[in-house]
Write a protein that binds this ligand. Structure first.
Ligand SMILES: [Zn+2]
Length: 187
């Protein structure tokens, strides 16, 4: 089932999400709905708060980027209870354009470190402890930020923030158009 994507201004996007237990009800269904929603919106990542659930579940699909990044062909993963343990402050800082399904019609440059240490569970609740680099590390930082109530527009320069202030206010009020189903903070 394709779920509506909660947009900028909705309070659920500003909450710190909770870890879930292994017996979380209908988790398989939730994950399959999240993949379906991600596919329908042509996104590369979706965090549960973006579908209105303040829990630590993220899906990432980098297969769509395989022309640019052949190493990500077939890359489709779910991350349960992910946490960034450490950001390698000695790694390269990369400035790159990002967008977000919860902020339709906008993209801005964000500077992020290129190497992070993450811990998470997979679908079988098996624990993983990894250092991740490159574009995947960027996508993970963007998605896992959602679980802390942080959005990429919080991480742009003060100058750009000033420039897009009215646009963000408009998005919060529903002044945008996009091809996928959304849910506003208020009608
Ligand atoms: Zn996002």
């Amino acid at each position: 089932m394709i779920l509506p994507i909660y947009t900028y201004g909705h309070p659920v996007l500003r909450k710190v999400a909770d870890d879930i237990p292994a017996d979380y009800p209908d988790l398989d269904q939730l994950i399959s709905n999240m993949y379906e929603t991600l596919d329908a919106s042509s996104g590369i990542g979706l965090a549960a708060p973006q579908i209105g659930k303040s829990i630590r579940v993220v899906v990432i699909d980098l297969d769509v980027l395989k022309d640019e990044f052949p190493e990500y062909a077939g890359y489709r993963h779910v991350f349960i209870n992910p946490h960034i343990v450490e950001i390698d402050k000695n790694s390269e800082k990369v400035n790159m354009e990002e967008g977000c399904l919860s902020v339709p019609g906008l993209s801005e440059n964000v500077t992020r470190y290129s190497r992070i240490h993450v811990q998470y569970l997979d679908e079988q609740f098996q624990p993983h402890d990894e250092w991740v680099e490159g574009y995947l590390a960027r996508v993970m930082q963007h998605e896992f930020d959602h679980l802390e109530g942080v959005m990429y527009v919080d991480r742009i320069t003060p100058f750009r923030k000033q420039i897009i202030r009215n646009k963000l206010r408009g998005i919060a009020q529903g002044k945008f158009s996009c091809s996928y189903k959304t849910k506003l903070a208020r009608k």
